[in-house]
Structures are given as C-alpha cells and as structure tokens.
Design a protein around this ligand. Structure first.
Ligand code: GLC
Length: 531
C-alpha cells in the first residue's frame, strides 16, 4: 500500500464495503440457500478483490416473509444460515483477514412472529401491547389514516378483530412497526445492538432507520403523496433524538462501530440531516443515483448536489449503484434510453460506472456480483417469491463454469450467461470486469487523493462526466466517464492513464483527450483550462 491510511478513528471513510445478500452468496450445505458457511468458504474471493468491509443483509431468525427483514429474534441466527458458532467463526475469519463485518439491523419493525408481537396481539392489556402502534378504526370505520404500505399498495394498517384495533405496518402485514416513542422499545432495541457489539461486530447498516420516529398524531399524508408508500415520504423530527442516543451507545465501544443509515430520499438535501451534528448516523446512503439513468447531465448534477450537501453539513459521502432492492445497474443501464435497443454496450457501461464509483469522493458500496458484471436474472412467474418484485437482483452468484455453478437447486434461478459470467471464469480472463474492479480497488488503496482529495466537477462535452480529485502535496487525478455511444473528444485533459475501463490490463499509456464510446479513464493530470 502506498500512502498511509487515514486514522483508524474514522475507518469507514477509507473503507470499501461489499454487500452480501446471504441467501444468494454461497451455499455451504447444499440446501439451495446461501449460508454463513458458504460466506466463510469464499472470503478469499473478497480478500483477492481487495474489499475491506462486509455488510451482511439480515441473518437473524425470521419467518422470511421479507427474506430476513422481518426479524423474529434479533439475537439469534436463523437456522437456514447456520448457528451462532458459525457466526463467531465467520467474524473471526473476517477479522483475521483485517476486514470488518457490518450486520443489518432492522429497527423499524419486527416480524409478526416476534414474541413481542405475539404477546402484543393477545389483548389490549398485554405487557407488550405498547411495543407496537395500535389505533381504533377511523370514525365511521376503516383504517385510522390514509397511509399506504410499501409493497402491496394497500393500507399500512391491519385490523385485529379480537381487540377491535388496527396495527401499523409500513411494509408487509407481517412486519408490524415498533413504537419507538415507548422507552421500553428503545431500551430493548439498544440491547440488541449491545448483543452484537459485545460479540465484536464493527457496525451496522440500519434498515429504514429514518422511519423509526413517528408523527404522534399519525396525520393523513397530504393529497400530493397519496398513492406513494408512506415510508417514501415520512421524515419526522422524532427520529433525531433516537439517533443521537443510538450514536451515544455506539461510541462507548472500543472497536469504533459505524452505522450507515438507509434513508430513502431522492433529494440528498433531505437525507443529510440524518448525520446530525456528527452525533447521529456516521454514514448515509445517497440513493439519488440509483434512480438515475445513464445520462451525463443527471450524473453531473447529482455529483455536484452530493458534494454540496455533504460539505454543507461537514459529513462524509457514500456512493452505491446496486443493492438487493433495485435492478442491478448493468440491467438498468442496458435499458437506457430505450429497452428495445441492442444492449451489447451494457458491459462497457457497467465498466465505466465502476470507474466512476471508485473515482468519486466518498465510501463506495458494492453489491455482490457487480464485480463480475452480473445482470438481473429472468424470473419466470412460477419462481417469483418476493412480494416486492425484487427477485431478479437477488439471484444466486455463479461461482464456477461447471453445471450448477456452485449451487444445487437454488432458491432462485441463476442470472443469465452463468456459463461465462461466473467468478472462476472471469478471474481466469485478465481482461474481464472483475480485474477492472480489482485494479480500481488497488488504485484507491494506493492513491490517497482518490480517498481524501477534493472532488470538483468540471464542464465537459455533452455526454461526458468529468471531475478532478486534488489534495495538497499529492498528484491530482482526473476522472472522465463517457456515457456517449459515439467517440468524444475532451479538450484540455492529457496525461497518463492510471485505469482504462475498456482495458483492465493496460499499463500507463498516454491520454490525448479522445474517449471511445462508453469509455472511462482515470488520468494522472489536472485538466488545463477546463472548468
Ligand atoms: C429496506 C430493505 C428492504 C426491506 C425493507 C423492509 O428497504 O432494504 O429489503 O424489504 O427495508 O425492511
């Protein structure tokens, strides 16, 4: 490694995070569902790639109505994933490789199978009744307000005939919302954090964390929001004191645990308040780009907006292209601007996107499989299992070229082209996208300017995104990403190519300003007279 790493105190600012969706990563026991043993068996791949932090989507006991985001016991491992001994062994193995492990904490709701809810629904006087949000029917009958759930386009309320009241669920009826206004809930949920921190985990991705504080009046959504899920529009002041107390808890641990929030807001200015005054969440996903087309105007504006918003509150940005809730970016970009057109350029777009991801200022988050250029799987109607329609991006990772690709009867079909687009085959081919990812990660480790340097977007020809990374006392680099399907010339940028999206093996060649279709480069030079 070239330059020294930033202080361990804010390790997440230097981290490269890899999201594992455990059901689909690797199957250790051959039952068709990925598990902890499978993850342990494939840590070498992650170490080879160079990622240093792993985020595991939920592994806790769950009836799997939402594939783990419906938790029935926050402090136990679901048997489909293994045992607590498997977890401890995984954590040891991760730490032995100098990597860190983040768990997915689901604080907004439990499963309806959680003992708290089983008790709460037993009657109005139940000890845990007030752990959840119960209301009488509206005057004249029906749900207490007009909120809609996230997946079914139905009221976010389910009627419990026995007690004559409705309970709130922003997601599925099997995911009742916790009542964080009740101090007993807050304290019980803090205990779940302590449980894992005491075992040594390095932090959490906090699911739907922005929704834990509710409007005490539970007022109707205004007419302009009707038809949208309530969770897409709610931002309540009540959440912030809860976040500050979570942060205080985290800060008592010696491993400096980090919490990254899932704050669903397409406007980065709506998201940044969740950093507080560096006393709430350490990091927050900036989701705006995951909803943007492969279009340079959008990206140009989004990078400026993210830089501006994070600098204004003195917070650290993150960048993410794909996760388990949205179509993979390769699939999304193949369909832009017209799903009917030929999609052969999708690999080149995915490569260019990777150069942008690692070139930007902020912690990059990868989603399993993007490093081998996976697209969403085609899911025939009879194989659909997710009520939210997200099966395609959750398809199992093909590990080998052999039949089955490392799986026996997997719970979802494999992505297309698994015979060539699998981990082993892409690693064997030095020109493949996985080598580009590895090279970019390596460069990011070596070049402090890519981690710490300022990021300034400059004016470029139509269809090209360009930004310059600069840091006093270090060489500057320029990142150019062409979203054009035709060659483009960028005046005023010359120098040595450090990475070329189209050629993972290229050694320091010269750059004269000419970009091919869908090509991205990181060039060691400052643009002359640009911006
Ligand atoms: C988050 C998760 C998603 C889940 C939802 C409800 O958005 O990322 O997968 O369905 O929360 O927990």
């Amino acid at each position: 490694m070239g330059d020294p790493k930033r202080s361990e105190e804010r390790w997440w600012e230097d981290a490269i995070v890899y999201q594992i969706y455990p059901r689909s990563f690797a199957d250790g026991n051959g039952d068709g569902v990925g598990d902890l043993a499978g993850i342990r068996g494939h840590l070498d791949h992650l170490a080879w790639l160079g990622v240093d932090t792993i985020w595991l989507s939920p592994i806790f006991t769950s009836p799997m109505a939402d594939f783990g985001y419906d938790v029935a016991d926050y402090c136990a491992i679901d048997p489909v994933f293994g045992t607590m001994a498997d977890f401890d062994a995984l954590l040891d193995d991760v730490h032995a490789r100098d990597m860190r492990l983040l768990l997915d904490w689901v604080p907004n709701h439990t499963s309806s199978e959680h003992p708290w809810f089983r008790d709460a629904i037993s009657g109005r006087d139940a000890a845990h009744r007030d752990f959840y949000i119960w209301r009488d029917p509206a005057p004249g009958g029906g749900p207490p307000n007009n909120w809609e759930d996230a997946f079914l386009q139905k009221p976010a309320w389910t009627f419990d005939a026995a007690s004559g009241q409705y309970y709130l669920h922003l997601f599925l009826p099997g995911q009742p919302d916790l009542n964080w206004a009740n101090p007993a809930v807050e304290s019980a949920m803090h205990d779940t954090l302590r449980f894992w921190l005491d075992r040594g985990v390095d932090g959490f991705r906090a699911d739907v964390i922005y929704a834990i504080g509710k409007d005490p009046a539970l007022a109707d959504d205004p007419p302009e929001f009707v038809g949208l899920p309530h969770c897409a529009v709610q931002h309540e002041p009540a959440t912030h004191p809860l976040l500050r107390r979570i942060r205080t808890l985290l800060d008592t641990y010696p491993q400096r645990p980090m919490m990254i929030g899932e704050v669903v807001a397409l406007d980065v200015d709506v998201m940044v308040p969740y950093f507080g005054d560096d006393d709430e969440l350490h990091l927050n996903f900036n989701f705006a780009p995951t909803y943007m087309p492969w279009d340079a105007t959008f990206w140009h504006d989004a990078i400026i907006a993210a830089e501006h918003a994070h600098r204004r509150v003195d917070a650290w940005p993150t960048w993410v292209l794909s996760n388990h809730d949205i179509p993979r970016h390769r699939t999304r970009y193949a369909q832009w601007p017209n799903p009917e057109v030929d999609t052969t350029g999708s690999e080149e777009r995915a490569r260019a996107a990777a150069v942008m991801l690692f070139g930007l200022r902020g912690t990059p988050f990868l989603y399993q499989g993007e490093e081998i250029g996976l697209e969403d799987a085609d899911i025939p109607a009879e194989r659909v299992v997710d009520p939210g329609g997200r099966d395609g991006c959750r398809a199992p990772i093909p590990w080998t070229a052999a039949p089955g690709h490392g799986w026996v009867d997997p719970w979802l079909p494999l992505p297309q082209h698994a015979g060539i687009r699998n981990v082993a085959s892409t690693i064997e081919d030095p020109s493949s996208i996985v080598h580009l990812y590895r090279r970019l990660i390596d460069l990011r480790h070596d070049e402090v300017v890519l981690r710490d340097g300022a990021c300034d977007v400059f004016d470029t020809p139509d269809g090209v995104v360009g930004f310059r990374r600069t840091l006093k006392g270090h060489r500057s680099v320029t990142v150019l990403v062409s979203m054009n399907d035709v060659p483009t010339v960028v005046e005023g940028v010359e120098g040595t190519v450090l990475v070329d999206s189209l050629d993972a093996t290229a050694d320091a060649t010269g750059f004269d300003g000419r970009l091919g279709p869908r090509q991205a480069v990181i060039v060691e030079a400052s643009p002359v007279g640009a911006g």
